[in-house]
Structure formats: C-alpha cells, structure tokens
Design a protein around this ligand. Sequence first.
Ligand code: HEM
Length: 282
Amino acid sequence: MGMIGRVRSQTADASKFVVDWMEHRTGIVTLTEHFLYEPVPKRGAWLYTLGSATLFLITLQFLTGILLLFYYVPSIEDAWNSVYYIQEEAYFGALIRGIHYWSANFLLAVIGLHMAQVFFSGGYKAPRELNWVVGVILLLLVIVLAFTGYLLRWDQDGFWASVVGMKIGSYTPFVGGATIHFLLGGDVVGPATLSRFFALHVWLLPAALAPFIGIHLYLLRRHGVFGSEFEYTERLAKLHENQRLEEYARYELDEGEEEYEDGENGYGDDYGDRGDYEDRRS
Ligand code: HEM
C-alpha cells in the first residue's frame, strides 16, 4: 500500500472510531437512521415531496424572519423606515427580505397543493384523520401569519389590505365584532394594531405552529405515508414469509432431517438454498 492509501485507510479508521464512540455513548447513529429512513411510495413520488417543500419553506420563514428582526422596529413611526433601511442599506437586507416575502407566497401555494395531494390520494382516511385535522390547524396558522405580516411594513399596501381584511372578518356572525375589536386594539387600524399584529406574527403564531408541525410529523411517522401502504404490504408479507421459512429450514437442519434442494421451496435460487445457510452459519 502506498502512502496515500495508508493515510486514506487510517483516516477511515479514525472516523469509524469517532462514529462508533459517539454511537456507543449517545445512540446518535441509530437515531439518525431511524429519522432518515421511511419507505415512500414509488408511484407519484414527486407529489409526496409537497409536504417536505412546505416544511422547507416554513423553516426558511423562521430563519429569515429572525434575521429581519435584527433591524425591524414595530412602531408606527419607525416601521416603514426600518423596512426601508433593510431594503436599501443593510447587508443582504434586500435578499433576506426578498426571500421572506417570496417564500411566504410560495408557502401558501405549496401548502394548498400539499392539501390537494392528500385529498385526491385519500391520504386523510383512517387512521390518518387526525393528521388532516392538524393540517387544517397548520393551514389556518399559516394564513393568519401571512395576513399579520402584511401590516408590519406599515405602507399603503399593507395598511389598506389589513383594513379590508379586518372589515371582512368583522361580519362574522356573533364573534366577528368582538374578535376584530380585540385584534385592532380599538375601532380602527392604528398603533395598537401594529403592536398586536407584531406580537402575533413574531411570537404567538410561530410558537403555536412549531408544536403542531411536530405532531404532524410524529403522526406521519407513526402511520407511514399513505401511498406506500399498497406498495409495501405485499412486499412486507413476502419478506415475513421468507423469514418464517428460513427459521423453519434452520430448525430442520438442526434436527438433521431431510434437507432442501436448490429452489425446492419455490422461492428461486437466491432463497432457501441450503448452501446459502451453510455459508451463513459458518
Ligand atoms: C405547515 C404546514 C404543513 C407541513 C410542514 C406539512 C408537512 C407534511 C409532510 C412532510 C408530510 C409527508 C409527506 C407528504 O405526504 O407530503 C405530510 C403529510 C400529510 N399532511 Fe401535511 N403538512 C402541512 C400542512 C398540511 C395541511 C394543510 C393538511 C390538510 C389539511 C395536511 C395533511 C396531511 C396529511 C393527512 C398527511 C398524510 C398523508 C399521507 O400519509 O399520504 N398537511 N405533511
């Protein structure tokens, strides 16, 4: 072995040692494998990326939102100016703000597509109904996030959009008037409204969103992606049958009874082959 080969194999040994060391103490490898590997449907595979795309965009919103907070000032005197500063002066300000804006728009589109995919594939059926309900909560939270974010820049667009939106909401039977009064912090969109929308947009809604995303993903892993059920049920059954036969064959060998010939069990040459067992047993 040349020097480069030796260095290469020593590096490989060292990294294997580190990984094994960590695994033994934290179980991190097993954990990562558990979180990474999930059978996903082969048919219509791209449609099943819509949920992950939604998750990606939300993560992007959290990250760019936090960065915007470095400069944004939530008061009617300074809000627009601070947004102007972010857009024109701050390093990468226009980029960060642009990503937050476009990702919010795409998020609404992609969440709608994700919901449509789940609906048309029947992914909401038992035992996944609760995940649909959690999804509806997520959708509402995302819509209110988009709505409250619009006012924060305190320009004509955002201001009047909020006025119109609140007016529409105020016509909701029974609860509309009181809810809108509470959100406005008075009778019209003003300084109190900006404070409340800011609190909702930056604290309350993201804090509510995070655990529901957690529940959504937990339930998803619990039941597996719906489409994969059809594709894998048969393959899993075959696998279990193979395992059962293997156990049986091993038992027979131990008992010293009649032995199988190649492929005699009907599973072809790659399975149930006696030589195969002998190799594995030695
Ligand atoms: C914050 C928003 C959301 C995120 C981050 C999210 C994320 C995900 C991910 C990653 C998956 C698995 C892959 C896939 O099938 O695409 C999934 C599945 C699912 N989602 Fe969502 N989702 C969101 C909103 C929604 C909405 C609005 C609904 C419906 C009202 C919904 C209902 C479901 C259901 C029922 C499944 C299981 C589908 C199956 O097993 O085939 N989700 N979601």
